[in-house]
Design a protein around this ligand. Structure first.
Ligand SMILES: [Zn+2]
Length: 292
């Protein structure tokens, strides 16, 4: 029996009792073609991420963001859930996972069939007006950006997890940014939490409440580098709720974990779901619940 099989056995023991709250990060989406710039296989981010302050205070920075993001969106919009996302949805369907909290902005948990996902850092496919609060789909904005930039034929380079890509200054200079059509002048921003911005307090409180009710906190594909996610591990540990971490590479939460599984999520999670979600589906009575 190889070491990964042994780790999957240990994972089965932990997860099969249910009451699991998942906290997922970029490592879960790398197999969907969205690079994890902090993970072992990730490419280094070539420029510093856009901050909220630069986005809102600097017209050129904002233009650069939207130009890059306009290209990056082509690739993000093509990303599909992978076996890891689907395994999480199967475990949730089987009643073993109570809640999914994700640091990812790609919407792939929901696309894979998970319900009630708490998207800690928002969603890249929603755009919000910072003046009037109007929210539109990224698809709608994409259409408007295409119309405003009919000749914008930039080639996409490496894509970062936030949909950002590399473009040269000349390409950026020719890009036209569009504003909110509802209020006329409002600044549009992806409905994601930028660096330098805090997660809305109500959303954080909801996540803490979920974690506090968990029997087990299962971290999937997060190096727990930023406090935004690590604080939930710290809270669980403080309350004596076991923490299990499945991630390629070490994490900043390893010291608090009852079990760490350093292996590809695309191998571990489907195997876990096959072992316990498959069995649970065979014996449980499925009661339809109201959507929402
Ligand atoms: Zn507006």
């Amino acid at each position: 029996m190889d070491i990964v099989t042994e780790m999957i056995d240990a994972l089965v023991d932990r997860v099969s009792a249910g009451g699991v709250v998942v906290l997922s990060g970029a490592g879960l989406s790398t197999e969907s073609g969205i690079p994890d710039y902090r993970g072992p296989s990730g490419v280094a981010r070539r420029h510093t991420p856009m901050t909220y302050q630069a986005f809102t205070g600097d017209r050129l920075a904002r233009r650069r963001y939207w130009a890059r993001s306009h290209v990056g969106w082509r690739l993000m919009a093509r990303a599909w859930p992978n076996d890891g996302h689907r395994a999480v949805a199967r475990l949730q369907d089987a009643g073993l996972i109570d809640a999914v909290i994700t640091q990812n902005v790609d919407g792939l948990h929901t696309a894979a069939g998970s319900s009630g996902v708490v998207e800690l850092h928002g969603r890249l496919d929603v755009v919000v007006c910072l003046d009037c609060g109007n929210r539109i789909s990224r698809e709608e904005l994409d259409q408007r950006l295409r119309e405003a930039n009919p000749d914008f034929a930039a080639r996409a380079g490496a894509v970062n997890p936030d949909g950002d890509v590399e473009l040269d200054d000349a390409q950026v200079a020719g890009f036209h940014v569009v504003d909110c059509t509802l209020c006329g002048t409002g600044m549009l921003k992806p409905d994601v939490v930028f660096f330098g911005e805090t997660v809305p307090a109500a959303r954080v409180a909801r996540c803490f409440a979920l974690v506090e009710q968990a029997r087990l906190l299962l971290v999937l594909g997060s190096s727990l580098t930023v406090m935004s996610g690590r604080r939930f591990v710290l809270r669980a540990a403080k309350l004596g709720i076991p923490v299990v971490i499945v991630n390629q590479g070490s994490t900043r939460g390893d010291a608090y974990a009852a079990l760490t599984v350093d292996a590809p999520l695309g191998r571990v999670l489907p195997a876990l779901a096959d072992r316990i979600a498959g069995a649970a589906q065979g014996v449980s009575v499925v009661t339809p619940v109201a959507a929402g």
